[in-house]
Design a protein around this ligand. Sequence first.
Ligand SMILES: *Cc1c(COP(=O)(O)O)cnc(C)c1O
Ligand code: SF4
Length: 336
Amino acid sequence: MHHTESSNTQNAELPWQQHMRRAIRSAEQLESYLGLDAGTFGPSGNTTELFPLFVPLPFADRIEAGNLTDPLLLQVLPVEAESSSPDSYQTDPVSDLKHRIAPGVIHKYRGRALLITTGTCAVHCRYCFRREYPYGEEPRSMDTWKSAMEAIRDDDSLSEVILSGGDPLTLSDSRLAVLIELIEAIPHVDRLRIHTRLPIMIPSRVTAEFCKLIKDSRLSSVIVIHMNHVREWDADVEAAISCIKATGAPVLNQAVLLRGINDTANAQVELCESLINRGVLPYYLNQLDRVRGAAHFEVPIAEGKQIMTELRTRLPGYAVPRYVQDLGEDSKTLIV
Ligand SMILES: *Cc1c(COP(=O)(O)O)cnc(C)c1O
Ligand code: SF4
């Protein structure tokens, strides 16, 4: 039984790299971990060939066993519907590849360059807009970062570098340290932004060493986490966020509006309040990007707008995220 105190504690104490290795990689394994009968989840077709299931144990521990509509489960469980997206759902819905200025560098928005640091994540979110991104073509080792750094150095309008992926926190602290040093050496870069789900998926990834890295850097850091539902919190996640906040870096959250997961005003109010109460500012509520395989997650914009109207009446202004869509234009488009 994994839901006992003792095994949860055990999971919390494992080094994060072990959690990457031990993560659940099939629906059968997930059924068994949750104590469910084999076949409970039903067929997932061939969807996992393109994008395998990947769920780390600390997150699996927060899934309510036996609840087949659990909002955490639905984010990670491959289902047959993924095979039947309409043609309007594409493999690169936000035109990342059109804005690739060097291997591993996407420059789409003014002043900000986004680095694809790795293709690895600590979870496979079934709605991910980069689920078919050609990560294999991006730099893998540190010396291949050279051309990326040259591209950033050559454009002095770039004042912010965003570490993205994949998830940059799947890189070890020593590799992150090297990467951050390379960025620090570019004089016109002032800010480092890190987009990561690791503090939620494997909270022990937020090591003292990582926090020291961002605290000691000459760059101002902003950390953007990705939480979709209030039930993603537990004591370990809270501790990880506290550790980051103690560095002085602002912590922001982005969520994706997802059918059956967080598509009610109540779910959004609970999420936003839980974030604010722990010092995390709701930043974006993203309209789903139309990526192949994710059509069943879409909430129509009209419905999203209604939810936003209710959020504005029920929450303090600072707790209301911006409802945005990535249309591949020169900034994310605000939906009002
Ligand atoms: C979202 C995004 C950014 C950052 O946009 P902000 O509005 O500053 O959060 C930068 N580059 C790319 C390619 C993005 O998709
Ligand atoms: S963590 Fe982010 S990049 Fe990775 S699968 Fe989830 S949404 Fe995609």
